[in-house]
Ligand binder design. Sequence first.
Ligand code: MGD
Ligand code: MGD
Ligand code: SF4
Ligand code: MO
Length: 777
Amino acid sequence: MSGEWQRTACSLCYLNCGLEVQVDGRKITRVRGDKAHPRSGGYLCQKAQRLTWYGDHEDRLTTPLRRRPDGTHEPIGWDTALTEIAAKLRGIRDADTAAGRPGSFAYVGGGGQGNHSGGAYGASLLKWMNSTRHFNALSQEKTGDFWVNGQLFGSTIVHTAEDVEHCDLLVVLGCNPWQAHGFTNARHALNTLKNDPDRRMIVIDPRRTETAELADLHLPLRPGTDAYLLGAILALLLERGGADERFLAERTEGFDEVAAVLAKVPVDAWIAHAEVSRVDVERAVELILSARAMTVRVELGIQQGRHSTLNSYLEKLLFLLTGHFGRRGTNNLHSWLLPLWGATSGQRSEITGFEYIGGLLPANTLAEEVLADHPNRVRAVWVESSNPANTFAGTRDVERALRAAELSVVVDVAYTETAALADYVLPAASQHEKWEFTLFTFDWPTNYFQLRRPLLDPLPGTLVEAEIYARLFDALGVLPPSDVLAALAAGPRSDLQAGLGALVQAMPERAAILPVLLYRTLGASLPDGAASIAPLWAGCHRAAKTMTVPVQRALGTAATGAQLGEELFERVLAGPTPFSAHEQDEVWSLLRRERVRLAVPELLDWLAALDPAAERPDPAYPFSLLNGQRRAHNANQILRDPRWRRTDPDGALRARPEELASIGAAPGDWVAVVTASGRVVVRAEADPGLRPGQLALPHGYGMAHPDAHGRRVVSGLRINLLTDPRDRDPIAGTPHHKDVPARLEPATERERAAAEADSARVRETVASGRTARLAGL
Ligand SMILES: Nc1nc2c(c(=O)[nH]1)N[C@H]1C(S)=C(S)[C@@H](COP(=O)(O)OP(=O)(O)OC[C@H]3O[C@@H](n4cnc5c(=O)[nH]c(N)nc54)[C@H](O)[C@@H]3O)O[C@H]1N2
Ligand SMILES: Nc1nc2c(c(=O)[nH]1)N[C@H]1C(S)=C(S)[C@@H](COP(=O)(O)OP(=O)(O)OC[C@H]3O[C@@H](n4cnc5c(=O)[nH]c(N)nc54)[C@H](O)[C@@H]3O)O[C@H]1N2
Ligand code: SF4
Ligand SMILES: [Mo]
């Protein structure tokens, strides 16, 4: 339908800006911001223009694949694939039951930056396999933050939001919103802030980032020292009367215990350890003391930095102790239509001892769970919407684990590095070919939801995830007969709950697959083939029940009970819509405790035990490698075709020019980056904005794609060849990717020649504007 603008959303980062696009055949030909979008109002970054490269390239999967003994893959039919996989799953499930051990099935992924419709179905399989072992991207970045939320606010589902738009002081801590976004209309919001004489910004980042360039104050701390710097800032704030006593008395408990630990912080020594100037720290404290409404924005710099979970705690103490919380312009909590992660129950892995946080085990421990010499080890690995062979720490361990598992299955749109290792690969319809939605709606006090219609028909040979799982459960003999499902689908919605209840009573294991039952009943009755989003119906009813008044306000209705749930569902089906509208003071209704519990013993002990002398860098690895930097032309592993990039096809290493010179290298040369885990060769580029001793490699590279001659070539680095999955946070198991000890060496002549040859193939492909379809896999 060329020439007609269709509404959708960008899926290249979790901001999911509203888009309008034109489509010609299977190509997205024009992209513009959706001015009517309730969140982004027309905003776009440069990446969205390249969106068509996500689903429209020669490396899409179009048939199920099965691994041959020699490691290559052969195409097979859907029925064969699902019948064989079902038999293997059944065998593993039965063996687990017979041995009386917990399910040995691992579910990896379950959603990406813009797609969550498959997650509920994958979770059904996990549950049916009697397992809880779920690993995904959140458990390598956010679980420390969730753990802290659980302690402070009473549940890991309670999650904080920032109000950048209305703050008068923005503290940007360990993130670079100019490149990575992370909050609505980031570049626009940062420029607005800079141009307003009454508003201020502090950036705490080792590098002079594009964001730091706009700041009133930049604290270029030494990588990995946030806990020290934040500890010192908090101590100074309390010393200067910065505690908001009224707020603390009204809304919190445990302040005295926190204050007692902070009073002992050796402020000067910790500031010296962070290597920032005392004058600058004083200035930061003054800015915070005089702020009317401060918002703290954080991300990977602290979450994937040293002391990750402690950092998340101190960051939250910064806004809680000073009372910059629960008001307009400060940090807040936000509502959910459906939570993206679960509540923590205290369960731990029997293999690594790590706690399940928000229902997730650390991504870093997947390989250990598979490779352990333990009766409860993982035997089946099921990957959906994730590429752990590139994105989890310790690539070689992940690869070994995938091959060691008795069964490995990948559900993806493309032939990823993980798919290349799997026993079976199942081709999914892309996000432009099915109904989709995102759950990254972290807004307050009004929160929005966007369901997206398909822009294209599914690529022939692919299936929507819901259908893949439904057919699998059919092959497993768990689905009821189709006439029974059809009768329920044809009946009134008010009978649905009782009808589903009867199906579960007839076969209790069906309790695990309620989303699949909804898909095949309610789903079949939805308009325009929207079947796969049926689980949202349950979410709408839950929201109507638990947030009645805010939902009524959002919809402008007086309906209650089931009627309100149905009205919300109809509105969600119709397009981007607010689903909850709170009054500011109602933020406290989202708390799962009477008061915020400030004193978290584990973290106060950790803070008290910090010791600069224990943190001397290893002389063999004197550099701190920011391993996974967000740049103009990376977008996780979503855009695999190298032609999407306008710049930097090699994914250059950035280093300070004098540090390149110290190994005899100049910008443009190939150099080697060496860590305790590996050695890679990469083209170097100069970045004088880096802190001395800091190197940076980009995230979102290392994907193989057919070149102009149909042979696979990898563009840029697989950066997790350099990371050690055991270099991780003691509580959450999150990796220290932003501070990997490394050294720089000249590349050998051989390394240089090999790298140059690959690079030439990538450049030729980009320049030719075409790639060839692979002859065989
Ligand atoms: N262009 C682009 N945007 C993206 C993505 C993408 O792939 N490409 N991915 C999206 C995803 S999944 C995520 S999670 C976000 C991540 O977004 P960000 O966290 O903002 O991005 P990063 O570049 O990984 O790292 C942030 C900053 O941490 C700093 N840093 C390094 N070490 C330290 C330290 O010890 N302390 C402090 N305070 N800072 C440190 C780095 O210098 C860097 O500027 O980006 C999202 N947006
Ligand atoms: N060293 C290092 N490692 C990192 C990071 C870092 O900074 N440094 N960052 C980490 C972070 S923050 C994140 S979020 C992760 C991201 O890593 P992953 O969780 O692996 O996710 P993505 O890179 O987004 O990959 C998404 C996959 O989903 C597939 N896909 C896209 N659409 C669909 C669909 O509709 N259905 C299905 N079934 N599949 C689909 C894509 O083809 C791709 O293979 O990487 C992490 N890894
Ligand atoms: S900020 Fe994120 S969601 Fe918005 S256009 Fe850029 S990549 Fe897409
Ligand atoms: Mo992420």
